[in-house]
Design a binder for this molecule. Structure first.
Ligand code: FAD
Length: 415
């Protein structure tokens, strides 16, 4: 039996960030994950907007991680085949495995890393017992459950799941290459849907190293024949859905594999359990269209590691009342509520045909157009952060660098 104060189950974005923060704070931590190196996986591929980046910076480990990303200082906004704005942006583009592995590099050597699966957890108000797939057993004062979408331990622990919206949206990730020329003209691009009936909120294109990635989002059932067509003939299906996109991008091909991921919105309730706290997707999911998943992860982990764990370890026991203070944290609750509301607002503004949502759609279109017209005159205003989903603008008055492959300059000026 190994003894520790904190056992973190899951070394994805949440668990690895928590391990780095707690290890740096000198707290005794064990991190359990089956993968020595985080494998390729389709999740968030860019951190964007002032708010999200500031949340990451609060964890204290962001600077060196973001330096490994490809920075986009400007994002073009377009709809109906028209360029509406060249908005300053603060986008750090990085594939998920690179992001998580960069965070893992920030975990100090004092953190005990075990390459195994947790297969059983027994909780109590004093110590928690974790059984691993390699037959080891861990005894911890607190278990941080950061196992993402995995369901095995939830069943074993009797944690109740509330499905808020099944298959709320589908995210599709792929590479694009310009046809007949060497490069695209835009540094990064967000192209909004042309018609509500397309059920496409937007597509976003952004550079990751030498690749141009595309994240396309749709509101469809997972068995929709449109998705089969997209897999079969991706470029043709995309052009049929967004016929004027090529006016902005120029001709392009889709050379490789498409990753298609449906997302359910759910909340897991472990509030009655002593000795166990849920963070990130293990607590609740977010809609990728709204781009708030990382806000939730960083908020959960920052509040837990900076505020609650040091407080809880300072007194005996780990009863459910102690752990409940984390779920009641006003900053966490505000972030969770904002994320949930945005998931539904985005879907309505993209697909609803009522007079209210039609007016909302046009109001956004006009706001982007006016912002784009005023920008060269130096009088552009700031749209609400994250108004544009993945492409929220930063300070309107700052002159943007178009796009650069290194993120260090943007960091040193902002951190
Ligand atoms: C397709 C897609 C696109 C997204 N796009 C965006 C976006 O644009 N912007 C945004 O902000 N958010 C986005 N998100 C959300 C964001 O990616 C997630 O919120 C975030 O990755 C969750 O991290 P996590 O650490 O909670 O879970 P994960 O990264 O899934 O980590 C879970 C870890 O637990 C480990 N594990 C599982 N079971 C066990 C076990 N029994 N024992 C030990 N370890 C275990 C796994 O190996 C894994 O390492 C997107 C999500 C998806 C699915």
């Amino acid at each position: 039996m190994r003894y520790t104060d904190i056992a973190i189950i899951g070394g994805g974005l949440s668990g690895s960030t928590a391990a780095a923060m707690l290890g740096r704070a000198g707290i005794s931590v064990v991190l359990i994950d089956p993968h020595e190196t985080y494998p390729a996986d389709f999740r968030v591929e860019k951190l964007s907007g002032e708010v999200q980046v500031e949340r990451f910076l609060k964890t204290g480990i962001a600077e060196s991680v973001l330096r490994r990303a490809t920075y986009s200082g400007e994002n073009w906004i377009a709809r109906f085949g028209r360029l509406l704005d060249k908005a300053p942006s603060r986008q750090f583009n990085i594939l998920y495995d690179s992001l998580v592995n960069a965070i893992r590099d920030e975990i100090p050597a004092s953190v005990w890393r075990i390459c195994a699966k947790a297969i059983a957890v027994e909780t109590s108000a004093e110590r928690q017992r974790i059984t691993l797939s390699n037959d080891e057993t861990i005894s911890a004062r607190l278990v941080v459950l950061a196992n993402g979408l995995n369901v095995g331990l939830r069943h074993q622990l009797g944690i109740a799941r509330k499905i808020v919206s099944a298959c709320h949206s589908i995210s599709i990730g792929f590479d694009v290459v310009p046809a007949g020329r060497n490069a695209f003209d835009f540094p990064a691009l967000t192209y909004f849907s042309e018609r509500p009936s397309d059920r496409i909120p937007y597509i976003t294109l952004f550079p990751v190293g030498t690749r141009m990635r595309a994240n396309l989002f749709v509101y469809r059932g997972f068995d929709d024949p449109w998705l089969r067509e997209l897999r079969r003939v991706p470029a043709e299906t995309l052009h049929a859905a967004l016929p004027r996109l090529e006016r902005i991008t120029g001709p392009f091909d889709i050379p490789g594999e498409l990753k298609i991921r449906p997302v359910d919105l759910y909340v897991n309730d472990a509030s009655g359990q002593p000795g166990l706290v849920l963070v990130g997707d293990a607590f609740s999911t977010s809609c990728p269209v709204a781009g708030t998943g990382c806000d939730k992860v960083f908020t959960d982990v920052e509040r837990l590691c900076n505020v609650y764990i040091p407080r809880w370890l300072a007194s005996d026991g780990m009863d459910a009342a102690k752990v409940a203070t984390f779920y009641a944290d006003p900053v966490k609750r505000a972030c969770d509520e904002w994320s949930a509301a945005k998931a539904f607002d985005f879907r309505s503004v993209s697909t609803a045909t009522s007079p209210y949502w039609t007016a909302q759609r046009w109001a956004r279109f006009i706001a982007w157009s006016v912002q784009g017209l005023l920008r060269p005159l130096g009088g552009a205003f700031d749209l609400e952060p994250n108004f544009l989903g993945h492409s929220s603008s930063s300070s309107s008055s700052s002159s943007s660098s178009r796009s650069s492959s290194s993120s260090s300059s943007s960091l040193s000026s902002s951190a």
